[in-house]
Design a protein around this ligand. Structure first.
Ligand code: CAA
Length: 240
């Protein structure tokens, strides 16, 4: 039977490409989304991938969401924690609400989601947790104290959990995308975006598919010895 994969934020941007790549690799995929019903319906129609609406920032909603996915598709073997938001602003203008919104989704969201699938993965002695962090969690980014803190936290979460899951056949890894041509990056003011692209040695934004291929590899049996690692896919913008 096909392994079951859940992709949070899986109907748009990088997440949509991940959902599509995992389906192509033979997984039974559930794409979670939080708000954009129209985009999710279009994605479902186009790809045939079922979509499930809940916020990863809400623990109880994650619990109910995973119960619904498991009732429909079976136990979750692969969790891709991809959902993320930005509330950019220089720190002197950043409000507590901007801080909390990003921490709740981009960091606590990983707790809320992984907690639902972890016991089953431990029992079945197999699991793949793949966390989509960011170059800005590695190097920091002016205007993103909230986002950089959350994404750096995702890397600590990955490494701690990798140690706990190793003996139970569960790998936990992170991917740090650089600037990828999605709505999130296109929302950055054009002048700022141009200056960022100028810092990328390959001279372009990344493609969502370039991240999706990393996810498909980490999810595969071939990647069973890789755990607690971070793949940087950023066109050479940062080499840490
Ligand atoms: N380093 C240091 N100081 C900086 C700076 C930088 N990189 N950029 C701007 N500043 C300073 C400016 O010089 C200015 O200083 P003064 O007030 O003393 O003149 C001050 O910060 C305010 O600058 P702005 O006028 O640009 O401020 P703003 O309020 O109009 O915009 C911002 C601030 C919203 C943060 C905007 O600069 C911005 O969007 N920056 C890009 C942030 C970014 O890279 N976000 C990534 C989004 S994509 C993503 O997150 C995906 C991923 O994982 C990669």
């Amino acid at each position: 039977m096909a392994r079951v994969a859940v992709v949070t934020g899986g109907s748009r941007g990088i997440g949509a490409s991940i959902s599509i790549a995992l389906k192509a690799a033979g997984y039974s995929v559930a794409a979670n989304y939080a708000g954009n019903d129209e985009a999710a319906a279009a994605f479902k129609k186009e790809t045939g991938i079922p979509v499930y609406k809940w916020s990863v920032a809400d623990y109880d909603a994650c619990k109910a969401g995973i119960e619904a996915v498991e009732a429909d598709l079976g136990p979750v073997d692969v969790l891709v924690n991809n959902a993320g938001i930005t509330r950019d602003g220089m720190f002197h203008r950043m409000t507590l609400d901007m801080w909390k919104a990003v921490i709740d989704t981009n960091l606590t969201g990983l707790f809320n989601m992984t907690h639902q699938v972890w016991p089953g993965m431990r029992e079945r002695k197999f699991g793949r947790v793949i966390n989509i962090s960011s170059i800005n969690g590695q190097k920091g980014q002016a205007g993103q104290a909230n986002y950089s803190a959350a994404k750096a936290g995702d890397l600590g979460f990955t490494k701690a959990l990798a140690q706990e899951g190793a003996r139970a056949g569960i790998t936990v890894n992170a991917i740090c995308p650089g600037y990828i041509g999605t709505d999130m990056v296109m929302a950055v003011p054009e002048k700022v975006r141009e200056s960022i692209i100028a810092q990328i040695p390959v001279g372009r934004l990344g493609e969502p598919e370039e991240i999706a291929r990393c996810v498909a590899f980490l999810a595969s049996d071939e990647a069973g010895f890789i755990t607690g690692s971070t793949i940087s896919a950023n066109g050479g913008q940062s080499m840490m």
